[in-house]
Design a protein around this ligand. Structure first.
Ligand SMILES: C[S@@+](CC[C@H](N)C(=O)[O-])C[C@H]1O[C@@H](n2cnc3c(N)ncnc32)[C@H](O)[C@@H]1O
Length: 371
């Protein structure tokens, strides 16, 4: 094993790719590649676990900390050669072949993963402080850029082959509206779909600033309104999509309820902090073990909240899936509830039974039960 680690350590600058395969654990394969983020060399780990693939960017030390010994084959690809280590009863046997491979432009490797890339002309991103005037991503905004880009990519999966000519979208709790502007850019500039978008927020200054930026670029169909989504009257026309990105606490529930009541076809919602269930739930059955420790109770409550939201959507005729929006390491608020209206309705009996047993409050459940 030391031989492999030494090979990686001493040839770090020459490594093009590491492929660790055939393990006896859940993780079947790991591919490691050098990448550059914010002018810093890092290593992208691509982990194949069951049917899922996870990505993580780490330091060389974290690469060396991987338990290589569980893999039967380890391939170390360098610029000039490839060493294949195969596990035998007496340790790893190595076979080295000469092979010319290029490391390539590391920063380009990073950029080509995105739908919207550094250098693309999205002028509002400069005003919002994501891009410099030269179109470079501002270092401190890199994570935000990655997050909103991924949101757009998930929307793109749904709309890739769409023949829609017009779309109306509401963004609940739009905040500084990085996502709202990028969605406008995606539909209007990239997809050439006429998009009417309204962002709602309770913060006067952000609403004013976003309207000024939209007006500066003549985005007449992109508007921001000062509204409390829990009580103010919102847009009344036909709405095709509701989005939320970290809309605080129950603002997400008001958005989902609004979408349900207005028969909105598409919902993309990444919930935020959620306090209601954590504060109200009482012990009452098999789940009591999850309520003895504060941290576990908080996480359980958060998962229960999102499970209830998905069940309510299903009970109102939506097909729903929950996907990991960004790596957990990047943000723990990383679940996206993606829903599309269809006609099949599921009952909410199981959820109501749970609520009777554990006596919790949940805003969306309350809002849809008010009908
Ligand atoms: C964490 S920020 C997220 C902003 C933005 N979506 C993003 O991801 O960058 C949550 C936003 O929701 C807004 N918000 C919270 N409760 C709201 C409500 N009841 N009505 C409208 N906006 C609300 C806050 O003012 C804040 O700007």
């Amino acid at each position: 094993m030391n031989k492999i680690l030494n090979d990686i350590k001493t040839n770090e600058h020459k490594i093009v790719k590491l492929i660790l395969s055939d393990s006896s654990t859940e993780i079947k394969k790991i591919i490691v590649r050098p990448i550059e983020i914010r002018k810093q060399k890092l290593w992208q780990i691509e982990k194949f676990e069951g049917t899922k693939v996870f990505h993580e960017n780490v330091s060389i030390q974290e690469v060396l900390d991987i338990d290589f010994s569980v893999f039967k084959q380890i391939c170390v690809q360098k610029t000039n050669e490839e060493s294949i280590y195969c596990k035998t009863k007496s340790g790893y046997k190595v076979k080295t072949n000469e092979k010319q491979s290029k490391i390539g432009n590391l920063s380009n490797n990073k950029a080509k993963n995105y739908l919207i890339n550094e250098g693309d002309s999205v002028p509002a991103m400069v005003d919002l402080g994501i891009f410099t005037k030269e179109g470079k991503i501002i270092n401190s905004m890199y994570d935000k850029f990655k997050q909103i880009n991924h949101f757009i990519e998930l929307i793109d999966h749904t709309f890739k082959s769409s023949k829609m000519e017009e779309i109306t979208i509401l963004d609940f709790g739009c905040g500084k509206s990085y996502l709202t502007f990028l969605i406008y850019h995606y539909f209007v500039k990239m997809k050439k779909i006429k998009a009417k978008i309204i962002g709602y927020d309770i913060k006067k200054d952000v609403v004013k600033n976003c309207n000024q930026i939209a007006q500066k670029y003549g985005y007449n169909d992109l508007k921001f309104e000062l509204s409390d989504v829990s009580k103010d009257e919102l847009y009344k026309g036909k709405i095709d999509m509701v989005i939320t990105l970290h809309a605080c606490d129950t603002a997400t529930d008001y958005a989902l309820d609004f979408a349900i009541k207005n028969k909105v076809k598409y919902i993309f919602s990444v919930p935020c902090c959620q306090h209601e269930i954590n504060l109200s739930i009482k012990k009452g059955g098999d789940f009591d073990i999850l309520m003895s420790d504060g941290l576990i109770k908080e996480r359980f409550s958060s998962l229960l909240t999102d499970s209830i939201r998905t069940e309510v959507l299903r009970s109102c005729g939506y097909s729903v899936d929950v996907i990991e929006f960004v790596d957990f390491a990047h943000s723990p608020k990383n679940l996206m509830i993606r829903a599309t209206k269809n006609s099949t309705k599921k009952t909410l009996n199981k959820v109501k039974e749970l609520q009777n047993k554990y006596k919790f409050n949940q805003k969306l459940l309350e809002l849809v039960s008010d009908n």
